[in-house]
Design a protein around this ligand. Sequence first.
Ligand code: FPP
Length: 251
Amino acid sequence: MSTNLSQKTSIPRHIAIIMDGNGRWAKNRLLPRYAGHQAGLKTVRMVVEQCVKHGVEVLTLFAFSSENWSRPPTEVSQIMDLFFHALRGELKRLQKNNVRLRIIGERNAFSPALVQRIEEVEQTTEANRNLLLQIAANYGGRWDVIQAMRRLAQQVKNAELEPNAINEAIISKALSFPDCPDPDLLIRTGGEQRVSNFLLWQLAYTELYFSEQLWPDFNIAEFEKVLTIFANRQRRFGKTPDQITLKTHNA
Ligand code: FPP
């Protein structure tokens, strides 16, 4: 009997999520947008627990983009406050679930107190191994490529790197998370179907799933539905369907 690749790769090693729809969720309930972000934090907890349960290795959440600074100043400072308090409030749960936290993005725009708290939580959870939770904050895919290119250009200037030696692996290592696999699955909630300057380089072969649910409504049933859809997709990485079926069949 012929099998398909999905049986071998049924659980994504790395899931990336664009958490969209907090504002609309709040508006639908005549609540301030901030209430939507607070409700979104509960969904973050649920997804982290589900990833631990299903054995996902890396979860990367897009929490605040480089472009989000252009939101009304009150909303920006409320989101920053939420991060600040969540970092301390969630620490116990991260430890209990053996989850390592890493923030990716440009930190120098954050207040010194927020940077200090980020560093504390990263250090405290450094040895945790159940899941690597990466929060993209003040992150943009183009920013990531620019900072990587600058780093490599400096190495070329210092005669530490030959221009001809630059390849995919070297570029991947210069980006924000050199030590984990590219996402296998990208989920975007909130009904929009775009990548919005998230992990541009790393999404090259990622399976995409767009959920109509607003982020605070995203629940276990929808998460498990996405996992099932992923498990039934055939990832070909540029090969033909026959090559994939044969390879799996003969393995
Ligand atoms: C997008 O919804 C959401 C954000 C910009 C903020 C995300 C923040 C959280 C989920 C809160 C907690 C997260 C962590 C990791 C502490 P939107 O405001 O763009 O919604 P809209 O499209 O309906 O306006």
